[in-house]
Design a protein around this ligand. Structure first.
Ligand code: SAM
Length: 274
């Protein structure tokens, strides 16, 4: 038995399924968890790999730690999406005061609690609150509130569309406190160049600082992913503190290297140096 995920009409990735652990349809998407010999447990939403036990650290460390070493005094964080809990577990390695997670689908929480060891302990941390809401709706009502906002969305389709619209980015900016930083996952520079170009042009109108950065993610399309660092002035190079030491991918050397973009990406995002 195998699971295939197409990354283009003629290419993709496949996993031999050792055993199926979870397969339900929620109001928003299909949620599957299965076991693979090499990657361990794998979470899929609408047939797309979201996270695996073996390689989750590439994505979660790279999305979470850069703003937390750059923000002058990070206290209150917001995670939009992120139901598998990987982002939450990385944030809690820092002495932040509060983390609010706004996840649209309680079934993702249910599946992740059952099969991914890190979510349950993270949700039990006294600093964490979980709200089941559309993040695009939630963000409309918050102003000047969060030091760091993480957009840990699935790719722009289905429930995630509301986390990729023009209005969403304006609301995202308004939700940030003074010196606030937002980071979002931005897709595959190799397979999703058109949507990255579109995202960059929208973001450029809203944020003064827009810096893309990259990291490999073995089980994502092309094995090569990107993220975007957004602020009203603070630059990613303004490191204020050391990151946690018990990480497997991220450190300050990787931080610097990740913001160096390959030529084809520079052309894609016209990364004005601010
Ligand atoms: N952390 C994951 C990883 O390692 O790949 C990234 C994807 S995470 C599973 C994406 C989450 O965003 C899912 O749990 C999905 O239900 C949630 N989501 C999608 N659209 C949303 C929305 N509009 N508001 C809040 N959460 C949303």
């Amino acid at each position: 038995l195998e699971k295939k995920e197409r990354h283009s009409p003629s290419t993709g990735i496949f996993f031999d399924i050792k055993n199926k652990l979870y397969n339900k349809r929620s109001a928003h998407q299909t949620i599957e968890v299965f076991e693979n010999e090499y990657f361990g447990r794998i979470l899929l939403l609408d047939g797309l790999v979201q996270t695996t036990e073996k390689d989750e650290f590439f994505y979660h460390e790279m999305l979470v730690h850069p703003p937390l070493v750059v923000h002058p005094d990070p206290k209150d964080c917001l995670v939009l999406g992120g139901g598998d809990g990987g982002v939450l577990k990385e944030i809690l390695k820092h002495p932040v005061q509060s983390v609010l997670m706004v996840e649209i689908d309680p079934m993702v929480i249910e599946a992740a609690k059952l099969y991914f060891p890190w979510l349950d302990p993270a949700l039990k941390d006294s600093r964490v609150d979980l709200v089941i809401r559309d993040g695009g709706e939630y963000i409309q009502r918050e102003a000047d509130k969060f030091d760091i906002v993480y957009v840990d969305s699935s790719d722009p389709a289905g429930p995630s569309l509301s986390l990729h619209e023009e209005n969403f980015y304006k609301n995202l900016k308004r939700s940030l406190s003074k010196n606030g930083i937002a980071v979002a996952q931005a897709g595959s520079p190799f397979y999703h160049s058109a949507s990255i170009k579109e995202m960059a042009s929208r973001l450029k109108d809203v944020f003064r600082v827009m810096k893309f950065f990259t990291a490999p993610v073995p089980t994502y399309p092309g094995g090569f992913w990107c993220f975007v660092f957004l602020s009203d002035g603070i630059l990613p190079a303004e490191i204020k503190r050391d990151p946690p030491l018990d990480l497997n991918y991220y450190d300050l050397e990787i931080h610097e290297a990740a913001f160096a973009l390959p030529k084809f990406m520079k052309d894609l995002v016209e990364n004005d140096s601010k």
